[in-house]
Design a protein. Structure first.
Length: 412
């Protein structure tokens, strides 16, 4: 069973029990656009306790808001299929700028009014194959327009993250922005600072990992989101930033796309951005490395091999080369250095790019040396000559160690 089939089955079970049940939100939008939804949400007039009685395996992930996760059989990838089933509701005030203080279970018509954008306010009955549109979403989808439902100021005030979501959705589907929606978003944009860093970072991940990222980056400035989200980039040449994003090809990682935005920043600024957004350790390390190294390969055809090879064997080398290429092309410069590195990676055996060390710490201990700063100096000296193909055997490496011991000092 596929995820789609399970979502249909969930609707069927609810309807057969006498409840109204429909697909809701983004999955309906994606279906109408002929896209494959990432997940399916079901909306129903069944109360949470009624939903839980109908399905064998459930999790009350948001029972206070009428949301139950229904767990099904294992899907094609051996993971359990899931679908969120939410009771139709109306929301109370959003005093925290994120969640409603209270909810009232209601009807599909009322439920549509609480949602963010008209294209996300559609319902679909997958059994009868009927679309239910209470907010004009189908017309906006056909016209390629992003429009807030009802009063746009109220929608953005309820959840400030919707300003950033508007950017992401407009970019993903290449939508024009309704004038009133854009004006309200720009008014609310400075208040996005009340939103948790984790939620902002997640929106940025989705925006930057999408092939339409350049449009999204352009819209960030149009929506006045740079100052509250990425103040380090307020003085950036935004045309150049957008151009580099445009020249990253296809789907890329969040870290690479974000590095393309931040590549002009100094390390301390990049660290500040990563800390503020609470990026994962892996994301922060890769992002910092890409930005730090964004000019490291410009002289690659003439670089010493002892400097070049360690860069080429880094796990992020593919992303670094993509970043170098995009930056060079954005500035109208040659990409010869990228081609040189790619050819070297293609034509050089892995054991030559990253050979096992000729001399190890254990070898130095066997010579009577004690671990300490001298260890590093000696090992680095041997490794440098090995990578430059000037040493090819352990005996030659040990001979170099003896020579360096006889003439100690920071030599290479």
């Amino acid at each position: 069973m596929t995820e789609r089939e399970f979502a249909i089955e969930a609707v069927r079970i609810l309807q057969q029990a006498g409840f109204r049940a429909l697909w809701a939100g983004g999955c309906v939008r994606d279906e109408l656009l002929g896209l494959h939804p990432h997940d399916y949400d079901v909306a129903t007039d069944a109360r949470p306790e009624q939903v839980m009685k109908l399905f064998r395996r459930c999790l009350a992930v948001g029972a206070a808001f009428g949301v139950i996760e229904v767990i099904g059989p294992r899907g094609p990838h051996r993971k359990h299929l899931t679908v969120e089933v939410a009771t139709f509701r109306s929301d109370g005030a959003y005093t925290d700028g994120r969640h409603p203080d209270s909810v009232t279970f209601s009807s599909a018509e009322q439920d549509a009014q609480r949602r963010d954008f008209t294209i996300n306010g559609l319902f679909f009955d997958p059994i009868a194959e009927d679309v239910f549109d209470y907010v004009g979403g189908r017309a906006d989808l056909a016209a390629g327009v992003l429009r807030a439902i009802g009063d746009p100021v109220a929608r953005f005030t309820e959840d400030k993250l919707r300003v950033l979501r508007a950017v992401r959705i407009a970019a993903r589907f290449d939508l024009d922005i309704d004038a009133a929606t854009l004006a309200a978003a720009r008014d609310i944009a400075p208040q996005i600072a009340v939103v948790s860093a984790e939620r902002i970072a997640e929106e940025l991940r989705k925006l930057l990992a999408h092939p339409n990222r350049a449009r999204g980056v352009k819209l960030l400035r149009e929506f006045d989101l740079i100052a509250p989200v990425l103040p380090e980039l307020e003085s950036a040449n935004w045309d150049d930033v957008v151009r580099v994003e445009e020249l990253l090809e296809g789907e890329v990682s969040f870290e690479l796309a974000f590095a393309a935005m931040l590549h002009r920043l100094v390390p301390s600024q990049v660290e500040r951005v990563a800390d503020r957004l609470k990026l994962s350790r892996a994301e922060s390390v890769r992002l910092a490395w890409l930005v730090q190294m964004h000019e490291s390969l410009l002289e690659s055809p003439t670089m010493r091999l002892s400097r070049l090879k360690p860069i080429l064997i880094h796990p992020g080398i593919g992303e670094l080369l993509a970043l170098h290429r995009a930056i060079a092309r954005a500035g109208g410069r040659s990409v010869e250095h990228v081609a040189f590195c790619e050819a070297m990676l293609r034509e050089t055996p892995p054991e030559e790019l990253n050979p096992p060390p000729l001399v190890t710490g254990e070898d130095l201990i066997a010579l009577g040396l004690k671990p300490g700063p001298e260890f590093k100096r000696l090992l680095d000296a041997v490794r440098e000559r090995q990578l430059e193909n000037r040493l090819r055997s352990k005996d030659a490496g040990l001979q170099l160690v003896r020579e360096l011991q006889a003439a100690p000092g920071p030599r290479s």
